[in-house]
Design a protein around this ligand. Sequence first.
Ligand code: AP5
Length: 215
Amino acid sequence: MKLVLLGPPGSGKGTYSSRIAKEFEIPHISTGDLLREEVKKGTELGERAKEYMNRGELVPNEIVLEILKQRLQQPDCERGFILDGFPRNLEQAKILGTIATIDLVIYLDVPDEIIIERLSNRRICRECGAIYNLKSMPPKVPGKCDVCGSELYQRDDDKPETIKNRLEVYREQTKPLIDHYKEKGILAEFKIEKEIPVEEGVESIKKLIQEKLNK
Ligand code: AP5
């Protein structure tokens, strides 16, 4: 199963992908996480990517493609994968079409009010990357990860000004992918009108995947 989770920043791509990946025993590949890893390691690619990420802009395609292609060559991708945060513009979608046959694209349609509330309260584990929310999914011990006990931090791009820019970039460059995948007949839509518990969202997405598998 080769899946793509498409949606605006804060729509739950990372939260849902990590759970779906476990259920279906396929790797969760987040280009945002891969890029943050390069930044953390201080590689040349990471240094180049950092300035775009901090402004909430898309990192140039050649940088993202280089790290993504390396990841997709790993043996764990043979059974399929779930892509989170890729593709993000038409050029990336076209290139993805040449390297993999995507079975299903799940579009998370979430209104801006929910996104802003979610992103301002998001905290992430520095060590294992687990995602929390101070309001809807707080850690058991404040500031510490439930899974590994490490420190939680707020992403640099979760500041109000950068969130605004990320939403604009999403509307201009990523939203056109909805029509692109609709035309290909592989888009399934998951519309969220009011905040829902994460588990409820996971169940809805699992149902969309099962429907596709049963076709
Ligand atoms: P990336 O890391 O991909 O960020 P994003 O797309 O902006 O998405 P987020 O990670 O912010 O949100 P999410 O949808 O994963 O939501 P989450 O599950 O965390 O990219 C970062 C940057 O890297 C980009 O700006 C760009 O510069 C660069 N980049 C990455 N990929 C690129 C590419 N392909 N090309 C070019 N540049 C690229 O959830 C958010 C919060 O909500 C959490 O706190 C969570 O706990 C909470 N939450 C989620 N779901 C629920 C729910 N159902 N109920 C209650 N709370 C919920």
